[in-house]
Every structure is written in structure tokens, then in C-alpha cells.
Write a protein that binds this ligand. Sequence first.
Ligand code: SF4
Length: 391
Amino acid sequence: MDLSIPLRIPSRVVPVGNLPLGGDYPVRVQSMTSTDTLDTRSTVAQAVRMIEAGSEYVRITVPGMKEVENLREIKKELSRQGYHTPLIADVHYIPKIAEIAATIVEKVRINPGNYLPPRVARHASHETDNGKALEQIAGRLSPLLKICKDRGTAVRIGVNHGSLSGRITDLYGDTPLGMVESALEFARVCSHLDFHSLVFSMKASNTRVMITANRLLAERMRLEGMNYPLHLGVTEAGAGEDGRIKSAIGIGSLLADGIGDTIRVSLTEDPEFEIPVAYNILQAAGVRITKTEFISCPSCGRTQFDIQAALEKIREKTSHLKGLKIAVMGCVVNGPGEMADANYGYVGAGNGKVHLYRGQQLVEKNINELFALEALISLIKTSGDWFDPAP
Ligand code: SF4
């Protein structure tokens, strides 16, 4: 099937400890602790819950000097407990903190707003101002980049819609274009300083702003011959169903465009609850398959069996068959045509009877629904696609 859009826009590989991102590596899932970074015990316990849920990187906020020093304790304790998941320091304000963090953890996130001159000089032309700004950025960034280069630490330039520098908003407004320009001038400075272990993010709580900024950045990077990986996330997405839908729209739209190398779902919930949502978004976008995919119709007047109960039973027995697509459809009128690229189909044939399909091929007809689940499992087995669930 030619969908014309690449499954993933090619990006360079960026090493992050023992787990690189970008290139052909799977789109990585990460989350962030919500504990006090000075509270080693709580932070380690929460990080462990995140890792056990599947978080491939753990980000920890580092607002001050005391917290950055405590990163060593957190890392040591995680390691003592057998967890070597790469850690990311989230640094907002002070360049010196980022420099210390870069000697401890595998990746540092910085906010470009804190490395930039505050405002365009009143009488300076944009060119003069930009030249000076780039010099200042280079001057403030180079100590960090030198440490990162020596230690193999990656850097994320995390642009947030809500915290663009005054200089950028003076030039471009509080817009997706401003976010992109902010990222690009950092990319150019890093490139000039021969530092390329970079990841970029364009975050906003408004999904349209976040989607537009990321699309624009991907296109501008392509035009400038850059291929840095992108980190996707909707900030302040909320909680519950609202937060999940908002994240799925923002992150999922970009993944469907082939954009994105690592994602973070931000929910106002304990961070371990973000991880299953992240994997579900990746699976729904078709970029990282971690479980069986079920294709099922909503049913209608044509359905003559209990499709909800059937789907539930089928899920129970087959949800470990990672990568397999199983369709459960209400009728033979539209079911076979609509189950698209399913590997197996369980399709209502009227009066409590079921047809079974392998791909688009009808292989067993009119099975009593009481025996249809067993027949489906045995069809999957004889076709060589079955394996037993892990104990
Ligand atoms: S596949 Fe058949 S039963 Fe299901 S919604 Fe479509 S027409 Fe109705």
C-alpha cells in the first residue's frame, strides 16, 4: 500500500546513554517525575514505576543547584537497584546548572529563552541585532556544548510557546514561526560549534500551534539540510479522557506525517499513567507496534450475534499476539470489505453463525458462534502466527 507519506521522516541518530533515538530506532517513550528532586527516595520510587511501565527515558526537573547535585544520588540509587535507564535533566533558567547536569546525566533539556538577549535594541537593524544575538548565544552555549561533547551528553532545545524570549516575540510575535526561528538559530549556532547531539521540541498547550510549529520546523530543517530528531508533546494537556484525546490529536497528527522520534504525553496524573497512552498513540499511528491490533465495527441492525462479548473474548485470548491485526466485524455484507489489511477476520454471518477469514480469503463458513473463538485460535495456529503468552 503506497500512502505516499513516509512512515517516518529520516533523522540522525542521537546517542542518549545506552538507548539512542532517531534514525531507525523506535520512537522512544519518555516521561517526567513530579516529585521534589531533593527527595531522593520518592523520586527514585517514582522513576522505577515509570520505568516498569515502559518509560525509556526518565526526565527530572532541576530548578536549582541543590537539585542538580542530588541528581548524582538519584542516579546512584537507581543504578544500585539495577535501573540504568537514561536520565534527562530538565533545566529552565540557569546555564551553569545545565553544565553541571551534563556531567551527571545522559541528556539535558534547555530552554532557548534563557540563552537569548532580552530585546531587540531599539535602533539596531534586525541584521545587526541577529548577528549580536547569535554571538551571545554562542558565548553562553559553548561551555555546555563542550562538556556535552566531552561526555557524550545529548541536548534538547525545548522551545515552549509560553516562554519565547522577548527578542523573538519582538521579531516574529508569539507565533509558531517565532518558535521555529528560536529553534533554528540554536541549531545554526550548535552546528557552527560542531555539536550535533541535538533534539528539538516545539511544545504548546494549543494543539494547532504545536502541530503547526512542528510541521514548519520539519520543513525548514529539510530546506536547511538539517535532520535533528524531534520530541513531541502537548503541554498542560489536562487529565483523564480530555488529556488523552488532546495528546493523541497533537502527537498523533505529527506521527501520521512521519514527524517525531520521541514522545511525552503530559497528564495531570502520576507519570506512570502516561506511558500506556504513549504506546497506544504510537500503535494507532502505526509507527510502533507493541500489541495486537483489533479492527472492529460498531455493529448495526445487520449484526446477528453479540459482537461486544465476542470482541472481549477474542481480546482476552489473543492480545499477546504483537503485530497481528484481527478484525471482528458484524456482518458479511460490509465486514470483509471494511476490515482492510487485517490478518484474520471473525465476521458475523447471520443467526449466530460466524465466517473466518485469513486476510481477504474466506476459509471457514457458518461456524456456530459458541465454537468460533476456538476455531479462530486454531486457524491462527495452523497458519503459523500463534505463540503462547508469556507466563
Ligand atoms: S460491518 Fe456490517 S454490521 Fe458492522 S457496522 Fe458495517 S454494516 Fe453494520
